[in-house]
Design a protein around this ligand. Structure first.
Ligand SMILES: [Zn+2]
Length: 253
């Protein structure tokens, strides 16, 4: 299985428009972060987890010209706003499969009504096949995916386990019975926003505590704000098996 980090930044991305913060002014490409998303590839299959406002550029940058579906974690703008840009895939491949919690599907119906409308549909609008994710495992082709239920402040969010790899973003609390579903995972990705606590995201300390609980071989941090600091400084401060993800990072699992 191959994982590509398409984006590793928090909701505004890094740099933030107009910011003079040193991290936003950094020349290190690893300090430039688009909105969070990953590409998951195995056999001939390619899935994207979330499709935020940078989706179009991320697909071009990763040279991705075919997707088998989009799996959503939750409905916040930084995770869904690129849905209109599935059009090139739709024109070539036909209807695109999307997977999400029923509340997230409802939010998508509202925001992208023209994609879901069945009457007088605009000819250039894409069509999707909706798949509702419940709390139990589901299949993406031949791969079983285990949803990991967590909370982003009060909002329910799904993380996902794909065999030995798990991807959790926008988490603030995860119950122990959900942590158990991550047992034996080799590579864990989890969100770490900044140093100071935040109401709806793990800060660095909470992310490291969570990694300790899961105890993977390796862990990568994502959904990073400029307030976490420079990539090279933060990475030095981390335990040996924990790394900061960066845009374009590829893992083979
Ligand atoms: Zn987010």
């Amino acid at each position: 299985m191959k994982i590509t980090f398409l984006g590793t930044g928090t909701s505004q991305g890094i740099p933030i428009i107009g910011s003079k913060h040193p991290v936003c002014l950094s020349k290190n490409p690893k300090d430039k972060r688009l909105r969070v998303s990953i590409l998951v590839e195995w056999s001939d299959y390619t899935y994207v987890v979330d499709c935020g406002p940078d989706f179009r550029y991320q697909m071009l940058r990763a040279k991705c010209d075919k997707i088998d579906g989009i799996v959503f974690t939750h409905e916040h703008s930084d995770h869904v706003l690129g849905l209109d840009d599935i059009r090139p895939f739709y024109f070539r491949q036909g209807d695109i499969s999307i997977y999400a919690h029923k509340r997230v599907l409802k939010a998508l119906y509202k925001r992208f009504d023209y994609i879901f409308s069945t009457e007088n549909k605009y000819p250039g609008a894409p069509t999707v096949i909706t798949n509702r994710i419940k709390k139990k495992p589901f299949m993406l082709n031949d791969l079983e995916v285990v949803p990991i239920n967590g909370k982003h402040n009060k909002l329910q969010v799904f993380g996902y386990r794909f065999n030995d790899f798990a991807y959790l973003t926008d988490m603030k609390t995860v119950k122990d019975k959900e942590v158990k579903k991550l047992k034996g995972v080799k590579v864990l990705v989890v969100n770490a926003l900044r140093i100071k606590p935040h109401q709806s995201h793990f800060n660095l300390e909470e992310a490291l505590q969570f990694i300790n609980k899961v105890n993977p071989e390796k862990a990568y941090l994502t959904h990073i704000s400029h307030l976490l600091g420079f990539h090279k400084d933060v990475e030095k401060s981390l335990p040996e098996h924990v790394f900061l993800a960066y845009d374009g990072l590829r893992l083979t699992i």
